[in-house]
Design a protein around this ligand. Sequence first.
Ligand code: CDP
Ligand code: MG
Length: 731
Amino acid sequence: RYRDPTAAEKMNPFAEQEAWEEHQIGKATLKYGSKNKKQMSDDYQFVFEDQIDFIKASVMDGENIVDEESTKLLEKSVAKSALEKLQEDRKTLPIYPYREELLKAIDDHQVLVIVGETGSGKTTQIPQYLHEAGYTKRGKIGCTQPRRVAAMSVAARVSQEMGVKLGHEVGYSIRFEDCTSEKTVLKYMTDGMLLREFLGEPDLASYSVVMVDEAHERTLSTDILFGLVKDISRFRPDLKLLISSATLDAEKFSDYFDSAPIFKIPGRRYPVEIHYTKAPEADYLDAAIVTVLQIHVTQEAGDILVFFTGQEEIETAEEILKHRTRGLGTKIAELIICPIYANLPTELQAKIFEPTPEGARKVVLATNIAETSLTIDGIKYVIDPGFCKMKSYNPRTGMESLLVAPISKASANQRAGRSGRTGPGKCFRLYTAYNYYNDLEDNTVPEIQRTNLANVVLTLKSLGIHDLLNFDFMDPPPSEALLKALELLFALSALNKLGELTKVGRRMAEFPLDPMLSKMIVASDKFKCSDEIISIAAMLSVGNSIFYRPKDKQVHADNARLNFHTGNVGDHIALLKVYSSWKETNYSTQWCYENYIQVWSMKRARDVRDQLEGLLERVEIELTSEPNDLDAIKKAITSGFFPHSARLQKNGSYRTVKHPQTVHIHPSSGLSQVLPRWVVYHELVLTTKEYMRQATELKPEWLVEIAPHYYQLKDVEECTLSLSLSLCACV
Ligand code: CDP
Ligand code: MG
């Protein structure tokens, strides 16, 4: 409840109704779960039936509450031409008054840590200031982002502000997509891409400034970059290094970079009211939807931002919200639903930044990406279910898994802060105050301490860094995890016994993919099916956004999907079939619609595939095709993924072969009803159970044939006699 009904409302059974009318004519009104439900139109009753109770717990004290001046400045700039307006807008950002001071500090120091609240203008402004001050005459300015969507959207914004075409002076580079040219002087890129640039340019000679942005996110690539840029800054005194972060504990960064000075941009923030639920919510997705609707019909104008854990959840929420608002009738203002997640096609991403039309309300359904990397203006309400998707890694078993986990207090506060940027805000936490204070960790554990390091180790080895245990990590990974990575790379034949890069390893490092995928591609040479394998790799890289399943057409969608699984070929081959069929139709969009396939995912897969084809040439692998020899294709897959093999148990679950653990075939898999005796899988996801996503049937003797150093006969025994015989033959 936001407040109790007034006496007048209690007296007048139609008060609620009138309140709705008021709402409609634009007067903000509050609305409650009410005893007068009966009088209301059936249309919106549901909103109150599953009303969620919140309690207002505290008001976050705005450290620097905004003065009216900046608001006026904003208003003044409305009637200008677009470019002029953008220029005026730049001057209203919190960072603007500190422009000269900042430039001076950068001039005076080689390494500078910059701290400022999200939205203060660090990412969009600092590279422009440096450009205006002439730094780009000496070399590019590179600015890293942990997320691809952020790199793209920030570059787009900056190119607008500078009035240039995206990809010319301002560009971005993310995996499988390079939107830069010779002209590019401001280059936004993912941290992973800068890491890869070290492979071609170990001293980053073409850069005058490197800004490691969003440093507080502490992604794996950012952490590795820290070590590398710190190292090169010693022999490149002309290279400026900026470490920018949205959180206040910058001392750690400063300490790491030999006591680099910290430049703090005073933030502006309006107060944010925090509301907690009275009791824990069993279903946060549903609770979030109910809360969106509650806000929409009861709270004054202002956009809503909801944090979800991933694309699937966002799509579900989007569908339910569309469905439910349809029932609201014309009395309620329009609710514009804007999803945003990493795999969303670029055209749709721009939608979240479009100003909300008068009289309507926007609800942004976002992943963690909106926590600090993206600032969306106009957000007044934040709904925080308190979860995010996290990678977790068990260095003992070498198993990596994606799971939905509670966020940290630091994250919760960042999320809440998103609502108080342009006016006083409200944050609705879908968990209790007790949860917040007692259950949430203070900070998120850096990724380097909870992930598989094989990829990074391969990159570092390619850079000639051998002594990994003594690498200058800000927070070292568990040594077990490092050893596990070395072990895996050895098993994949990327490293030899001495831990040195092999020819296979060198080839693998050329691919911007996880080592197992790279190995699968390199191995496809031997099985003469590189053509098919790069299609599969491309489809796997696109993620789980190939098929869609609209709520009202689930049966049709499932049937369409099962068509590709004819013959129980397994998920990898099914993906290949999807790709080949699409190619046969000359990449038809219509065909995608008919088969419930996302056309933009396919286009992305095609781009990725094109690039992989280019890389094949670079590592001198011929493009060869064995479309009908499914075993050859499966063997190539197994060559990369043999550590991910599992055997069927009597109860229908599976057990991984090397480090026994119970896993299950994901319900979305074409093999979920087939349950072959042996499978090789792409990845594990932990939801209600530990699921294998993308599985393919495997012959156990392949394991011994392909990875004799990894699997012994005893690992795959209990096979049929004929099998043992064939094994004897091959041993
Ligand atoms: O990096 P930081 O969080 O300090 O701020 P920023 O990303 O540079 O954002 C500064 C301003 O640019 C904010 O008002 C954003 O709303 C705006 N912006 C935008 O309109 N579109 C983008 N794609 C990125 C930023
Ligand atoms: Mg930023």
